[in-house]
Write a protein that binds this ligand. Structure first.
Ligand code: ATP
Length: 577
């Protein structure tokens, strides 16, 4: 495909915020694509060269891009800088300075491989080489192509295409069905690589997707918990179950094959280098040639058996001084699931079987230990186990269905969490994605921000729906920092996939996730979350931010509309009871 053709689709995507339009445009684009380029097209739509666990980064700042534009156009830096100050968009600035170019008929393959080459330049002199290579690429492009290349390299494309929309459009383009088959979703959940799913679907159809299996080295999208607020209701829902403490640390998915170990975080980033003691223990204390297993890693006092709070564990999240931190704050991994062992996929086996095998593979408990678990079908016993877990420093418990499979990428009732906070205010905190902010009044006027517009995710429509306006819980320092982050993601109009009846002073692309606590959930005509036929949705009452930006969460990881509706119903039950 000519790169210019792809750009025309980017322009159409940019011009709409309607989810249905986005979906139709993507499906039309995929129908035009061939097997050798579909993966590249998907990655470019996702604003990446490869999934993040490959750790291939562009490594281009705005400053370096300005130097490339100068090289390509022959204009001086200050002129370009000035234009950028006025336009606020380096894409538009590039287009303007290269407006006389005719282009060289670039195709998708060429642009993608040049960008990959640029990203992979490293070592001495690589900065200069990157600037030069990008200038050459910009020079070979038409002005419109150059606009998008510039936006891509600094991560500012903002096409608004979520994974769910891409998956749906792939399904329609290739199988004629709009709702992706469960098998297509499972394929993606097992490999976490939409480009690869596209490539296999194009070359081998659904039969090829069916063959996707867990692969050591490729992270599997992680299973998550549903919420239920009382032990009685948990047992009603899943019967006799296993109850594990919900520990507050880092979720680790650990892969080992032939002595090589990789660790992935909750949002599939590679964290191997951060946790050397876990790498070492996986090599020596896990009796399997190849394995994928999961657990929660946290700082822990071996002598007293005391779990340290998250504020201690979080200090291990660092890029420098790793060896010293590992000595000062050693981690212990409480292993709770097994996904793959010695060549066999275990994700479809029962929880009970997976746990049994996992326990038998751990040969030394000093760094990796099987997570504690109790089994019961008695609500009173359940409450006692819950209380013991809290007393020992856990944030709650996770109840697990004994015959449940490991459902990659799913939040369902195979795992149910009960947290301590259920008993206080609202059942659990809510993770929200910010899509705008309101200018401050009074003392906040100085910050230019006084409240944020928060949304939750609707996976059925791949949209973000408003649930609250949040103005408390942030310190002065937080507001300043928050505004900077939000301004970086600002949008001139309502961003794609956002559904809102409120209009904030500044719209922001869905990117920033925060956790909030609230007193309760009320019905409200102001918000679009769970809106019914009468136009009445759901809203958080007395919301307040907890902590700060959740860099470990993607926008699609926020609480869902369905969860909010369920939380609202649960609170009714509690009130009635
Ligand atoms: P939260 O924001 O409440 O920590 P979350 O949205 O990240 O939760 P949930 O599905 O609510 O994810 O809870 C699952 C998380 O709980 C896991 O990602 C994991 O890090 C943590 N966890 C701690 N102990 C366990 C356990 N025994 N089994 C499963 N998950 C556990």
């Amino acid at each position: 495909m000519q790169f210019l053709t792809l750009i025309q689709y980017f322009e159409r995507l940019e011009a709409t915020a309607k989810r249905l339009d986005i979906f139709e445009i993507l499906a039309a684009l995929f129908r035009l694509s061939n097997t050798s380029e579909i993966d590249k097209i998907i990655y470019l739509l996702q604003e990446q060269l490869l999934p993040s666990f490959y750790t291939v980064e562009m490594g281009m700042s705005e400053k370096l891009l300005i130097r490339s534009i100068a090289d390509a156009s022959g204009k001086n830096l200050s002129e370009i800088h000035q234009h950028f100050q006025a336009s606020g968009d380096l894409g538009k600035t590039t287009e303007c300075f290269l407006s006389a170019q005719l282009g060289t008929n670039l195709d998708v393959h060429t642009v993608y491989s040049q960008l990959r080459r640029l990203a992979e330049l490293s070592g001495e002199g690589s900065v200069e080489n990157k600037v030069e290579a990008l200038a050459a690429l910009l020079q070979s492009a038409t002005p419109t192509e150059a606009k998008y290349i510039s936006r891509f390299v600094v991560g500012r494309m903002r096409l608004g295409t979520g994974n769910a929309s891409i998956l749906e459009a792939l399904s329609l383009a290739k199988t004629g069905e709009r709702k992706p088959k469960a098998i297509l979703e499972r394929g993606f959940n097992l490999c976490s690589d939409l480009g690869m799913v596209g490539r296999i679907l194009f070359s081998d159809g659904i039969a090829g997707i069916e063959k996707i299996r867990p692969t050591v080295g490729s992270p599997i999208r992680m299973a998550l918990c549903e919420r239920i607020t009382t032990p009685e209701d948990v047992i009603k829902k899943i019967g006799r179950c296993s109850i594990e403490p919900k520990l507050d640390g880092f979720r680790c998915q650990i892969h080992k094959s032939e002595g090589k170990v990789e660790i992935f975080s909750r949002n599939l980033e590679r964290t191997t280098l951060m946790f050397p003691e876990l790498v070492q223990a996986t090599k020596t204390a896990i009796n399997a040639k190849s394995i994928i297993f999961e657990g929660e890693a946290l700082s822990y006092d071996d002598r007293t058996g005391e779990l340290h709070p998250f504020q201690v564990t979080i200090q291990r999240k660092r890029k420098h001084g790793i060896a010293k931190a590992a000595t000062d704050i050693p981690l212990k991994l409480f292993a709770f699931d097994l996904l793959y062992a010695n060549g066999n996929d275990w994700t479809n086996r029962s929880y009970a079987d997976r746990r049994k095998l996992l326990g038998s593979l751990i040969t030394d408990n000093s760094v990796i230990e099987l997570a504690h678990a109790d089994e019961t079908d008695d609500p009173i016993e359940f409450s006692r186990i819950f209380q013991t877990a809290i007393d020992e420093g856990a944030e709650g418990v996770v109840a697990k269905r004994l015959d449940g499979p490991y459902k990659a990428g799913a939040r369902d009732f195979n795992w149910i969490k009960l947290k301590r906070s259920y008993k206080r205010t609202l059942a659990d905190t809510v993770d929200v994605c910010l899509v705008g902010y309101f200018n401050g009044k009074g003392t906040r006027a100085a910050f230019g921000i006084g409240a944020v517009l928060a949304t939750v995710y609707d996976p059925n429509t791949d949209t973000f729906k408003t649930v609250s306006r949040i103005g408390s819980g942030f310190s002065e320092k937080d507001w300043v920092c928050l505004r900077k982050v939000l301004d970086f993601n600002a949008s001139n109009s309502i961003p794609p996939r956002v559904v809102s009846t409120l209009t904030p002073d500044v719209w922001v692309h869905p990117h920033t996730v925060i956790t909030v606590m609230a007193d309760e959930i009320t019905r409200s005509a102001m918000h679009t979350c769970g809106k019914d036929a009468n136009g009445i949705g759901y809203a958080l009452r007395f919301p307040r931010a907890q902590g700060f930006i959740r860099n470990d969460k993607n926008p699609e990881d926020t609480t869902t509309v369905a969860e909010i509706v369920r939380m609202s119903e649960n609170q009714k039950l509690i009130k009635l009871g």
